[in-house]
Design a protein around this ligand. Structure first.
Ligand code: SAH
Length: 370
């Protein structure tokens, strides 16, 4: 189907339940038709209106005329020796973003992107090097999960291969708030993908005002890219910290947990050799997080071309974890997956034509990140 035809039809994967109801009502149908449609779309993974046999013929004809079920197109697929799969997905004009499936014995996690590139300029992240092109829309975010289910051989009523979704691919999800929140709602909706709220995780580098808004609008699990225990170091590694320092960030985290009656925030902490992995860093971290609803996830740094950071040695990472646990802070080490196909954390580069050219690290003021 060509782009012009697409543009004149509504992509149903971008509509939350209430919006889908409004859409079917606008076509002159009863609102409950939206439920039937959602059941076809999300319970059976069906995208062909002609196959939706319990819908009236006339309604199906209307849908073919005015609606479409379209996912991002696959540019290429890559399989890791450890079972991790990565897809390069088409944006436009030769640009692409990435999605990763990580199978484990007791679950399967899909890591999806929210933007083509990223503007946040974290020093140790490969996506940052690519710059920023644009936000993905809701249908492109939901479409990743829909597509992955198909790619992985989804069968209606069968066992789910994707049990968890993490917004940890390319982009800063809270900088694309208006598209990301509806996408999360569709994932959680029992008429949608019906994933438990503890199994959909949004990870942010710390856009504090949007974290407060998130607490009002949805209740998925929250992960925060902390990476440093003090402002001096975090200012260098995660430049958004210059705008929203650690104390402010942590307040927003505890507020989210209170509002959502959540269990804990997962703090991501990339282990950079000689930079943030010393015993005093563990002590500082413990002081910040002890007694709080917090879990620390230590991520061994994944290298990419052009970086001068190095991964902390395994024994340093283990000692760091133990120092935290001794001080009463829950800490685990994230197992590296998919690094042989550049699918590990921070290695997603896609193909991005940088439209912003000004990174947050250079100029904090004047860059809109919403
Ligand atoms: N922009 C959001 C979502 C990305 S999540 C965020 O920053 O939270 C991806 C996680 O991998 C983040 O915690 C990110 O900081 C981390 N990461 C980035 N580059 C990395 C690298 N080279 N090695 C390991 N982890 C990295």
């Amino acid at each position: 189907m060509n782009d012009v035809v697409r543009a004149t039809r509504t992509n149903l994967l971008g509509l939350e339940k209430a919006e889908l109801e409004a859409f079917v009502v606008a076509l002159g149908n009863k609102p409950f038709r939206a439920r039937q449609l959602m059941s076809w779309l999300y319970k059976r993974g069906e995208g062909d209106f002609a196959a939706m046999t319990d819908l009236a013929r006339e309604f199906r004809a209307q849908l073919s005329e005015h609606a479409i079920v379209a996912t991002p197109e696959v540019v290429s697929r890559h399989d890791s020796a450890d079972g991790t799969r990565k897809w390069l997905l088409k944006a436009e004009a030769g640009q692409a973003f990435e999605m990763v499936f990580i199978p484990e014995t007791d679950r399967g996690t899909l890591c999806i992107s929210s933007q083509v590139g990223c503007a946040l300029d974290c020093a140790f992240c490969s996506t940052a090097q690519q710059g920023f092109n644009r936000n993905l829309d809701t249908a492109e975010i939901v479409g990743q999960l829909w597509l992955a289910n198909r790619e992985l051989g989804f069968e209606p009523g069968g066992q789910r291969r994707i049990t968890n979704v993490v917004l940890m691919g390319m982009g800063e999800p809270l900088a694309n708030f208006r598209a990301v929140v509806p996408a999360i709602r569709i994932m959680l909706d029992d008429l949608g993908f019906d994933i438990s709220r503890r199994r959909v995780t949004l990870s942010t580098s710390g856009l504090v005002p949007q974290m407060y808004k998130l607490a009002e609008e949805t209740n998925c699990a929250l992960a925060v890219s902390l990476h440093a225990p003090n402002d001096a170091l975090r200012n260098e590694l995660v430049p958004i910290n210059r705008k929203h320092p650690i104390a402010e960030l942590l307040d927003a985290c505890w507020h989210y947990i209170d509002e959502q009656n959540g269990r804990s925030v997962t703090f991501e902490y990339v282990m950079l050799d000689g930079v943030n992995d010393q015993p005093e860093h563990a002590r500082e971290l413990a002081r910040l997080l002890k007694g709080r609803p917090a879990k620390l996830n230590l991520i061994p740094f994944n290298p990419f071309p052009g970086t001068s950071f190095r991964r902390s040695p395994a024994h340093v990472i283990a000692a760091f974890r133990d120092a935290l646990i001794q001080r009463g802070v829950l800490a685990t080490i994230r197992r590296t997956r998919g690094d042989d196909i550049d699918a590990a954390c921070g290695q997603l580069a896609g193909r991005v034509n940088d439209r912003l050219r000004v990174r947050l690290g250079d100029k904090l003021i004047g860059v809109t990140v919403q």
